[in-house]
Design a protein around this ligand. Sequence first.
Ligand code: NI
Ligand code: MN
Length: 229
Amino acid sequence: MARLTWHGHSCFLLETDEGARIIIDPWLDENPSADVKAADIGELDFILVTHGHWDHFADAIPLAKRTGATLASSFEIVSFVQSQGVENAHPMSIGGGYTFSFGYAKMTPALHGGEVAGDDEGKFTTMPGGWWLELNGGKRVYHAGDTALLTDMKLLEGMVDVALLPIGDNFTMGPRDAIRAVDFIKPGTVIPMHYNTFDVIKQDPHAFARAVGSKAKVVVLEPGGTFEF
Ligand code: NI
Ligand code: MN
């Protein structure tokens, strides 16, 4: 079994059938909804970053330095982390994929902001993205990152087993648009994310689940909760 553990907000630890450990959008130490601190995360093989906002990126550099995991993200974010002393990093861009040891990982479009947190001179402004992963053995995971609803999501129709979708509204899609995203993507399972961390993104994930209805299975996790697939 592969396993996804939600650590609050948009941070997931993905453990593959083969035992690879991949963290997506690590924001733990300052995350009021996280169940663990970065120091509690054990060894990692990969760190995937959708975009440079603090709430997706804050612990990426320290985790990369401690674990030696390969940090994959946009060319500009990778250039920034390399300037901060991260040795193992893999630059990519939107629409491009690469076959890593755990499977194929492709950066998907996201409509959102491009700041790189910690880049005080603003040298590394970049495009936000998401990740579409096809793990060795064929299981497919889509982490949408922070994004508005995009008709481009229709291109993922039938290609996603587990979709991790923001529902918080205000900074990203809200529940109504996330339901439309489910219509576009037709994933087997949806796990909502990016809600209830701050007052302005308060949502009821169970109401979202009821509204999705039979379109997909909705798994509402508590921070620290796990979904196996
Ligand atoms: Ni963001
Ligand atoms: Mn965010």
